[in-house]
Ligand binder design. Structure first.
Ligand SMILES: Cc1cc2nc3c(=O)[nH]c(=O)nc-3n(C[C@H](O)[C@H](O)[C@H](O)COP(=O)(O)O)c2cc1C
Length: 328
């Protein structure tokens, strides 16, 4: 089984990829999207979204990072895909899933799913422009308004000769509301032999096993679940082999938060560095109750020093034996 970390715009940037891949279990990541409109973008755009290009397109843990492209014009997407390949991207991923109004209004993301012929044309043009040894993968939803065109979409992607297809088992209209319609992914097998990667609503190892059973997919993609439980990829990988690693405890997550904050401080302006940490705490609190308390403590802090002190205090607090006089 392979486990992919889902692309998540504004959330899973290279600092988050660095951190999550260091915990094991992830076989591949994707960048945030490179928005392609009408021109060939300069190399700096690719390097900004994928600093891993400077190290062979891999995170420090050696996990490959595919470059995600989003747009509606086949020829320009193809040119940009070729450039990403030249710059050392280990793979190219095409996004046909983004439901954002601004993106859809300017002819990108899930709106293209209304026209399976265009999905095919874009995918085929990108495949043709990228050297054969570099994989081109596609991520799609089931459709735009409904799933009536899903099999046509899959046929078009299949005919384009790409390497893999990830299906987020919802339409654009479904947004991110549960459930995910895993059984629809199984239907795609009627029309393709492409490796299929199932995605959507996998929050724990039991979900992962059920999703594999229903979809018939070996491989899964994990998004929000891996942010709520950073060890989810490792737990899922363990469940698949019958080996059950101990889940991360909150006191083990705290040093990760601290490391994540330092990664952000090193890479972004100090005034922006607190935001990813606060955002991650919002995800973490779905699984770790103390994350909600820590979020309340840091949510109004702006200065890096204040955040560092709050994290240090939380770490010290978590290390204190439960019945010591200081916590009594
Ligand atoms: C904040 C956010 C940003 C996302 N950005 C992207 C993106 O850039 N490209 C993409 O293909 N999907 C994107 N997605 C969709 C996810 O990759 C994934 O398909 C979806 O969250 C369902 O998986 P999950 O239930 O495991 O989170 C995004 C989702 C969220 C919540």
């Amino acid at each position: 089984m392979r486990l992919m970390l889902a692309p998540m715009e504004g959330v899973i940037d290279h600092t988050m990829r660095e951190l999550l891949t260091s915990l094991g279990g992830v076989d591949r990541c994707v960048t945030e999207f490179v928005r392609v409109t009408d021109r060939l973008l300069p190399p700096k755009v690719f390097h900004r979204l994928c600093p891993e290009l400077a190290s062979g397109g891999r995170t420090s843990s050696g996990v490959p990072v595919y470059l995600q492209l989003l747009g509606g014009q086949a020829s320009v997407l193809a040119e940009n895909a070729a450039r990403a390949a030249e710059l050392g991207a280990p793979g190219i991923d095409l996004n046909f899933g983004c439901p954002a109004k601004t993106v859809n209004r300017s002819d990108g993301g899930s709106v293209i799913l209304r026209e399976p012929g265009r999905v095919h044309a874009i995918t085929a043009a990108v495949r043709a422009a990228v050297p054969a040894h570099i994989p081109v993968t596609v991520k799609t939803r089931l459709g735009y308004e409904d799933q009536s065109l899903f099999l046509d979409i899959v046929r078009g992607i299949d005919a384009a000769g790409v390497d893999e297809l990830t299906v987020h088992a919802r339409t654009k209209r479904h947004g991110y509301r549960p459930p995910a319609y895993w059984e629809e992914i199984a239907r795609a097998r009627e029309v393709t032999r492409l490796p299929l990667i199932a995605n959507g609503e996998i929050w724990n190892p039991a979900d992962a096993m059920r999703c594999r059973e229903i979809t018939g997919c070996n491989d899964l993609m994990l998004g929000r679940g891996a942010l709520c439980r950073p060890d989810l990829p490792r737990l899922v990988a363990g469940a698949a082999t019958g080996d059950h690693p101990a889940p991360l405890r909150w006191e083990q997550v705290l040093p990760l938060l601290s490391h994540f904050f330092e990664l952000n401080l090193a890479h972004y302006d100090a005034c922006f560095a607190p935001n990813p940490l606060k955002q991650w705490l919002v995800y973490l609190r779905a699984h770790y109750f103390p994350a909600a308390l820590l979020f309340e403590q840091v949510k109004r802090l702006r200065q890096p020093r204040e955040i560092q002190l709050a994290l240090r205090a939380a770490i010290a607090d978590a290390r204190r034996p439960a019945h010591s006089p200081a916590t009594a």
